[in-house]
Design a protein around this ligand. Structure first.
Ligand code: 5AD
Length: 352
């Protein structure tokens, strides 16, 4: 490894930050040796902050209707091939009950931007979950909404919100999204969520179409500036019924490298090994944990709808992506020296 890179790695470990050029150089020299070195430092850092504990979140994908038409996403409104579903309030509550019995203490309600779930319906669902499961955290991932809407849902009992920024570069943002969506609005939403008091997660796809190494460096710098509590990243995976169906998938190796960099930048970050990582390789999630991730989000949705939440082709949703497979997940984590904690796993206060 050349000395410039070695200096960058040392700087990342000691200063927890690099400048854009240094990030670009690190990402462009993506060798196995470099990735292994960063992964072992990231694991060491993670152990210091979280021991060998992995947080679990029960993911409930409650609607695949979406008004948006993002070019990369399988549930985009123009996809006529997809059959659409909505879970009722009672379906959602049954998922939570099942999840609670399995040991989950965080429920993540994720859906497309579906106007059926207006503020009143959504706050009713949130406040019911909050009163039925007062010891659980409720995370929402419902896309862009107004400040008032976010506030109402916070007051109803949600305390965390996941909204990937998708890319920190405006031109790149505009290549991934139609004209009626804007980077500015996305960032405004993220700032509103933070102002209201949510623990906030942003994130991006690794290897998204038209993404450059500079764009990835910009994502890392944005994360440094915005200071989210969580960061969700996974490889871009193509979906056959989208305009980007011919675009190549992102890589496992790049995603692992970015997980390690994020862990070194932010030792206390909540960093999931995402479903996309578990889809691109059978042991992708374990590899993610060994690269620095510390959260997994098994699927708690009713099994008959799971395949319809098809963000990309072959999205994993059974086996060890499924909440029912928790014993198997536990075994697999144990085999790599980790274990599940049922602790709610709030972001450390210092982090907000
Ligand atoms: N490949 C990988 N991730 C995707 N997402 C949407 N479509 C894809 C895809 N084709 C991610 C986006 C979005 C989240 C819900 O899923 O980053 O924010």
């Amino acid at each position: 490894m050349n000395t410039i890179l070695k200096t960058s790695i040392d700087k990342l470990i000691s200063h927890k930050l690099l400048n854009k050029e240094e990030f670009v150089a690190l990402l462009n020299n993506n060798t196995q040796e470099l990735r292994n070195k960063l992964a072992s430092h990231a694991t060491f850092t993670k152990q210091r902050y979280f021991s060998n504990q992995v947080y679990i979140r029960g993911l409930i994908e409650f609607t695949n209707y979406c008004k948006n038409d993002c070019y990369y996403c399988g549930i985009r409104c123009s996809n006529q091939q997809l059959s659409r579903y909505r879970l009722t309030k009672s379906d959602i509550l049954s998922c939570c009950t099942k999840g609670y019995d399995l040991g989950f203490r965080t429920f993540v309600l994720q859906g497309g931007e579906d106007s059926y779930y207006n503020d009143d319906r959504m706050s009713d669902i949130v406040s019911t979950i909050h009163s039925m499961f007062p010891d659980c955290a409720i995370t929402l991932s419902l896309g862009e909404r107004s400040y008032e809407s976010y506030k109402q849902l916070y007051e109803a009992g949600a305390s965390r919100y996941l909204l990937r920024h998708e890319t920190a570069n405006i031109e790149h943002y505009n290549k991934l999204h139609p004209d009626n969506m804007s980077y500015q609005n996305r960032m405004n939403c993220l700032h509103h969520l933070k102002d209201i008091g949510y623990q906030v997660g942003c994130g991006f796809m690794v290897g998204a179409p038209f993404q450059t190494t500079e764009n990835l460096a910009e994502d890392l710098l944005l994360i440094q500036k915005f200071q989210p509590d969580m960061v969700g990243i996974g490889p871009y995976l193509s979906h056959k019924d989208t305009p980007f169906h011919n675009q190549p998938n992102g890589s496992l190796e790049d995603t692992l490298l970015l997980l390690s960099i994020l862990r070194l930048m932010r030792p206390d970050l909540l960093l999931p090994a995402t479903t996309a990582l578990g889809t691109i390789a059978p042991d992708g999630r374990e590899q993610g944990i060994l690269a620095g991730a510390n959260v997994i989000m098994p699927n708690l949705s009713p099994s008959n709808v799971r395949q319809q939440y098809s963000l990309y082709d072959n999205k994993a949703c059974f086996g060890n992506e499924a909440a029912e497979g928790l014993a198997d997940i536990q075994n697999r984590l144990q085999s790599i020296g980790h274990e599940i904690t049922i602790n709610r796993g709030d972001a450390p206060i210092t982090n907000r």
